[in-house]
Design a protein around this ligand. Structure first.
Ligand SMILES: Nc1ncnc2c1ncn2[C@@H]1O[C@H](COP(=O)(O)OP(=O)(O)OP(=O)(O)O)[C@@H](O)[C@H]1O
Length: 218
């Protein structure tokens, strides 16, 4: 484990992923520092989503280690995995992963309840997060009626209230116009400024340029 300014890096050591005869990546050593945006690049099929899934404990690599916050993620038992997801992990997807038939407030409330935030504190956190993402006062709007850019900003508001220390973003701007792309990257920068490690899988050169570090799976 490597500590930086009191928080911890995400590190992979000698990480390899194979499916049958096919090797996606071999001997991968990467670090993502807290406070920084790390871009994950590579052609389609190079294994960016698979690597994020391994960091997010949705898949196991074939061999090697992933360390975060003093813990070897690759060796965690199911209970610790659940706790890690609840307390540390924030995911952002290209397709937003919101409950479309629910309101903005209901979608964000899921993250607040998981943290035990209720009542007036929850209402304040909700309205502050919506203000941050440019959706102030829109609590009651149904997600299915929002544009793609607005939906992704709701997904970021859900991350803001969760305050994750590790943010994994899988093509978060892949379906957005440039204005919303700029907004989402600047909101991710805000999460990094709060001390999170932020890893962004992307095909977008402009997004890469905004990051502090690039890891290529080419
Ligand atoms: N469970 C699995 N079994 C076999 N092959 C798999 C499995 N999961 C993923 N793959 C393959 O691994 C490769 C990498 O997929 P992945 O989605 O990680 O790539 P990617 O770099 O994120 O691609 P894209 O940029 O198109 O999203 C793909 O060819 C995919 O078909």
């Amino acid at each position: 484990m490597t500590r930086v300014g009191g928080t911890t890096m995400l590190e992979t050591n000698d990480l390899t992923m194979t499916y049958g005869e096919r090797t996606l990546w071999r001997g991968l050593d990467l670090t993502s520092k807290p406070g920084q945006l790390t871009a994950l690049t590579g052609p389609s099929g190079s294994g960016k989503s698979t690597l994020l899934n391994c960091m997010g404990l949705l898949e196991q690599p074939t061999s090697g280690e992933i360390w975060f916050d003093g813990q070897e993620l690759t060796r965690m038992r199911p209970r610790a995995v659940r706790r890690f997801r609840r307390d540390h992990l924030g995911y952002l997807f290209q397709n937003y992963a919101l409950v479309e038939n629910a309101t903005i407030a209901q979608n964000i409330d899921v993250a607040l309840q998981a943290r035990g935030v209720r009542g007036a504190a929850a209402r304040t956190a909700l309205s502050e997060s919506l203000e941050r993402v440019g959706l102030a006062g829109r609590e009651g709007d149904r997600v299915s009626r929002l544009s793609g850019g607005e939906q992704q900003r709701v997904a970021v508001a859900r991350l803001i209230v969760k305050e994750p220390s590790l943010v994994l973003a899988d093509e978060p701007t892949g379906a957005l116009d440039h204005g919303n792309t700029e907004t989402v990257v600047s909101l991710l920068r805000g999460l990094a400024d709060n001390g999170a490690c932020v890893v962004i899988a992307t095909h977008d050169d402009w997004v890469c340029e905004q990051c502090d570090d690039t890891v290529s799976l080419d």
